[in-house]
Design a protein around this ligand. Sequence first.
Ligand code: NAI
Ligand code: MG
Length: 503
Amino acid sequence: MATVLKDHLVSDATRRFLDRAGNLWINGEWCAARSEKTFEVYNPATGEIIARCAAGDRADIDAAVHAARYAFESGSWSRMTASERGRLIWKLGDLLEEHGDEFAELETLDNGKPFNVARAADVPLAIDLFRYMAGWATKIHGQTFPISVPYMPGSEFFSYTAREPIGVAGQIIPWNFPLLMAAWKLGPALAAGCTVVLKPAEQTPLSALRLGELIEEAGFPEGVVNIVTGLGETAGAALAAHPDVDKIAFTGSTEVGRLIVEAAGKSNLKKVTLELGGKSPNIVLADADLSAAIPGAAGAIFFNHGQCCCAGSRLYVQKSIYDEVVEGVAHYARQIRVGSGFDAAAQMGPLVSQEQLDRVCGYIEAGIRDGARLVAGGRRKGERGYFVEPTVFAGARQSMKIVREEIFGPVVAAMPFDDPEEVLSLANDSAYGLAAAVWTRDVTQAHRLARRLKAGNVWINCYNIFDAALPFGGYKESGWGREMGLAAVELYTEIKAVTTRLA
Ligand code: NAI
Ligand code: MG
């Protein structure tokens, strides 16, 4: 594959990978798309092409599903001992750790995020996820039940449940945390004993392909994991509609989430889990420690350039401290160093694509048009690459587009409130329910609000705290089911109830 890396010094290992990257991985073989079509992968900091990847479509998805089915039914994976399965998943974590720098480089090249951020967050979180899930492989079990069967007096039974792997899992992931999203999806599926067809986002397929090489190196049997790069409307849609896929797990836009549900309904009613958009409220009460709340509110929206489904994009501040907090967050925004992710001083890189740049700039224009007051940022930065300034709007109103819709960029809308009761109704007035945060020194108030916020994740005096052990996911239109934790593992299992008559 031709690679263009004029501006960046990447390691030889990454250069060599880019030279060989671009194939699909099906049944343990690296191969071109059956159609021989490819698509281009761009460096968002420069707009240059860094790789050409195979544009898999229906025929390739079909072959990958077939391989995953064979690997599942033949028992090479599902009947491997739980301990051996766990050992392989752990080994994958070790290999990832060994190649951590390469993965951070790939994320920076492909997604644009600063190398230091990918190295400190994305990569260690992915390693930890595999290690955590390796532990579950040996701890997935059923229960026994004292059943009564009232219509058969005098009889005796022994009943138990088993948790079995659901089968072939189709997994469609987005571009905001390419490696980490692959880990969140693969980890629980593999721990449960499922086999997988993974479709990475077309914007950022590289780290998943490199991960495929490590899966091969770790010694997973062929066909257990298959990776089909390609476009959403072709490869993704074919996977969601495939009649031999038992479960589809999707992370991305709410719009595509609805299409996934429809495709599942029209094909074989495969199980569906969805991790979709958000418009998460971040609430600062008057008694909060502002030395933590102000940088916390800035981090909540600007981390990963706002390209987080749980970004704290609605900032509600109690009236008496509103001006101070808004100015404090705006001050942070103005100081953030935006630049190439390979620049060691850069705190924020480019958005992932021209499409996302246009989308985010469109929302900024809508905010201005609707009468919100721009207090920091508000413009594209430079002419090359997809950079945008960290942006703070004050005086936003609940009805505005920038308050109701997911922007998925570094744009926060601040609004004042009078009392906790009022902010609860404002915070819950959203179609989404992924995350929420409360900043206060009042423990009782914090937990009162946490109890009534309609969100799958509530942070108190912190934001963006993730751990492999903690379930992550959304209420309302933010999704179905959870990622990470035991909750995610269970969603890759079926429960079988078995009853024996003893007397
Ligand atoms: P998207 O939902 O189109 O893409 C996510 C994944 O779905 C990609 O792998 C894509 O190839 C696949 N996909 C697209 N169309 C599909 C289809 N018809 N059938 C099956 N798979 C399909 O998201 P996009 O267009 O990249 O971003 C649009 C907006 O979505 C963003 O501005 C953001 O608001 C939201 N988003 C949310 C994410 C999250 O973490 N919840 C991640 C990415 C985007
Ligand atoms: Mg899309």
